[in-house]
Write a protein that binds this ligand. Structure first.
Ligand SMILES: *Cc1c(COP(=O)(O)O)cnc(C)c1O
Length: 339
């Protein structure tokens, strides 16, 4: 199920201009400084012992919304002009992006409307409601939520904040890459949860510019890995959205994707896919051994290591992208015996 590194690398051309640059990421870092958390990068004794390589966990679970998405949303919203911001914001989301937009909107004193499908877990919907955003639940797939956001953009003149396919959003997520290279100057590999590719694309822009020899590996679930399917097909393709423990990784990349598809195709060294059991094992290890509550999407880096799906050599950073898992589901997964 893996796309070989050589297969991806052969398509990249060094000279081709990227839609997001290191300079964009550095500007984003300055813009969002003080409004998002500079998250800790903690050494994992258990994973390091298991792999024989130094493994560090980048805890985006420590953002005020419990996930990295605040970086991109904050950068995009701060980059808007005053009139666009004042019209009110609208976003389609699998949960965490909506929460990021709702949080940033409240901080900046503007209104936000968040569109989600019925696949979004109740704990995520509730958190967005508590931030004071208007909520629209439509359909059973992220595409339905996206359509609703587009409808509201047209009918109410709201300003859309894309979840991933946007240069400012990608640059904001890329600030994680800056922080990792600064903390780990001899970085060899970064493991990044991958859905629409804003996170992986942004981190890859920063890491590849600063440490060209470092590997950036995307990780998705087998159930509906949209970016993996797109890269394999050579263009964005429609995928069937399925229920998965990694609910934040659900949804397509957009058939008219214009930023993240090219970035991920050209910059990622590999994409690894995981089963539901493997993701559960990642959640369980995080809780039992690392003492962190991690949602499915946030656990895929740990899960890929535990499943021996990645050959590591040298200092490795694992992006723990979010922790917003339903507490009852979390309890249930952690209580199960290890596979
Ligand atoms: C959105 C999200 C991702 C995936 O980010 P993309 O930019 O869509 O690839 C991973 N983990 C969590 C927790 C998320 O909320």
């Amino acid at each position: 199920m893996t796309i070989m590194k050589s297969e991806i690398a052969s398509r990249s051309t060094e000279e081709e201009a990227l839609p997001v640059t290191l300079a964009d990421v550095e500007k984003a870092a300055a813009r969002i400084s003080g409004r998002v958390t500079r998250t800790p990068l903690v050494y994992s004794g258990t994973l390091s012992e298991r792999t024989g390589q130094p493994i560090h966990l980048k805890l985006e679970t420590r953002q005020p919304i419990g996930a990295f998405k605040l970086r991109g949303a904050m950068n995009a919203i701060l980059s808007l002009d005053e009139t666009a911001r004042k019209r009110g914001l609208v976003a389609a989301s699998t949960g965490n992006h909506g929460r990021a937009v709702a949080y940033a909107a409240r901080e900046l004193g503007v209104s936000a409307t968040i569109c989600m499908s019925s696949l979004v877990p109740a704990n995520k919907v509730e958190a967005i409601r508590l931030l004071g955003a208007e909520i629209h639940i439509v359909g059973r797939a992220q595409d339905d939520a996206q359509e609703e956001a587009e409808r509201l953009t047209a009918s109410r003149g709201l300003t859309p904040i894309p979840a991933f396919d946007d240069g400012d959003v990608v640059a904001g997520q890329g600030t994680i890459g800056l922080e990792i290279v600064e903390a780990l100057p001899d970085l060899a590999t970064v493991l990044v949860p991958l859905s629409g590719g804003g996170l992986a694309g942004g981190i890859a822009v920063a890491v590849k510019a600063l440490k060209p020899e470092a590997l950036v590996i995307g990780i998705s679930m087998e159930r509906g890995a949209a970016m993996h399917a797109a890269i394999a097909a050579g263009k964005p393709v429609a995928i069937r959205e399925e229920e998965t423990l990694a609910d934040s990784l659900g949804g397509g990349i957009g058939l008219s994707n214009h930023v993240t598809f090219g970035l991920c195709r050209d910059l990622l060294d590999d994409i690894v896919l995981l089963t539901e059991d493997e993701i559960a094992e990642g959640i369980r290890h995080a809780a039992r051994q690392e003492d962190i509550t991690v949602e499915g999407a946030g656990a895929v880096g740990i899960a890929a290591i535990l499943a021996d799906k990645i050959a590591l050599s040298g200092p490795t950073a694992v992006i723990i992208s979010g922790g917003n898992i339903d507490p009852i589901l979390h309890q249930k997964i952690v209580a199960e015996a290890a596979i």
